[in-house]
Design a protein around this ligand. Structure first.
Ligand code: AVI
Length: 330
């Protein structure tokens, strides 16, 4: 299918948005395939319906969930240096743009002529893009709703000269890929950034298990509600009959693997129906819903190198909880 060719934005406060999500119900297909596996799984990209996005925003404000406030503080302190690293005249492409709070800080300093946010959550992406259009009326914004865990071609801009493409991937969302998948994703980013391109990426760092366990199993139960919302979404959108009180949220840091695992554990032996199929759960059996990898700084640089990036700059907080890494296409 030919990709649309965006032109400069026609009026202030207006954004152009495209939906590149495939037609048909891949949510149903993915759920049926994941629940039919001997070790049941559901892809984490389906957390982000409107309720899931709202719950994720609440997670970001939890006292236990350090990544968001730490990354924001790094951005506030070093956005000037990051803008210098990326240089003037960038086309800024952001993956997983979500609420775009960190992006505002970067755009203020970088002043890119073009901004292209990409997110699977259409409503959240459009709302954030509209907010940025109001805040930066000179900025040409083209939003793309797409699943960036699959092969993707982005629209090419015409009529606006740019010096380089710079991909921004904040939030340590890279951690939600396995290291093997992360290399595949970074190869896609490298293709999109092209020769002379750059990457600015938020990467959560390895730390004490207690800190990590608490960050993904908070006292107020917001992360539990976020995880269980996946079952509620299946009920709402796919006519499933999950009884939410018969499942519980389970999250822990696996020190050997270097990642958080999130699961939904069945509290009883039970049968659940989705899309005309029956799924049997034993008591204690889980659906694996997410991993969140934590990296050492050199460990992540080596991984990015395997995808064709050269590490150039690192910005961290004093306690080395989180990092923002500047890389260039090698
Ligand atoms: C979006 N992503 C980086 C979050 C994380 O920390 O892995 C998702 C999340 N899951 C539970 N809490 C937050």
């Amino acid at each position: 299918m030919a990709q649309p060719q965006p032109q400069p934005r026609p009026a202030e406060g207006v954004v152009r948005c495209y939906n590149f999500l495939p037609e048909g119900n891949s949510f149903l297909d993915d759920v049926l395939a994941g629940l039919a596996r001997p070790r049941k799984t559901l892809p984490p990209k389906y957390f982000y319906d409107a309720r899931g996005c709202a719950l994720f925003e609440k997670i970001c404000e939890l006292p236990e969930y350090y990544p968001t406030r730490t990354e924001l503080a790094i951005m506030r302190e070093h956005a000037g240096a990051m803008a210098k690293f990326l240089g003037p005249g960038c086309q800024l492409i952001e993956f997983g743009s979500g609420s775009s709070t960190k992006t505002r800080i970067l755009i203020e300093r970088l002043q890119p002529p073009l901004y292209l946010p990409v997110d699977i959550a259409d409503g959240a992406m459009r709302a954030a893009a509209a907010g940025l259009a109001r805040a930066f009326p000179w900025l040409n914004i083209t939003g793309v709703c797409a699943d960036y865990t699959r092969p993707l071609t982005l629209p090419e801009f015409v009529g606006v000269p740019i010096r380089r493409k710079a991909v921004y991937f904040p939030g340590s969302t890279i951690g939600n890929f396995t290291p093997h998948e992360a290399i595949g994703f970074l190869q896609l980013v490298r293709r999109i950034a092209g020769t002379g391109g750059a990457l600015l990426i938020g990467v959560d760092l390895k730390k004490d298990k207690q800190v990590l366990d608490a960050a993904y199993d908070d006292a107020a139960g917001v992360t539990a509600a976020f995880n269980l919302n996946l079952l509620a979404r299946i009920n709402r959108e796919l006519g499933g009959d999950f009884q939410l009180r018969r499942f519980r949220h389970k999250a822990f840091y696996d020190e050997d693997k270097g990642w958080i695992e999130m699961h939904l554990e069945s509290l009883a032996s039970q049968i659940v129906h989705v899309g005309g199929e029956r799924f049997r759960f034993g008591a204690g059996e889980t659906i694996h819903t997410e991993i969140s990898c934590k990296y050492g700084i050199e460990e992540f640089q080596a991984l990015a190198q395997r995808a064709g990036f050269a590490a150039e700059q690192i910005w961290t907080d004093a306690a080395k909880l989180f990092s923002v890494q500047g890389m260039i296409v090698a």
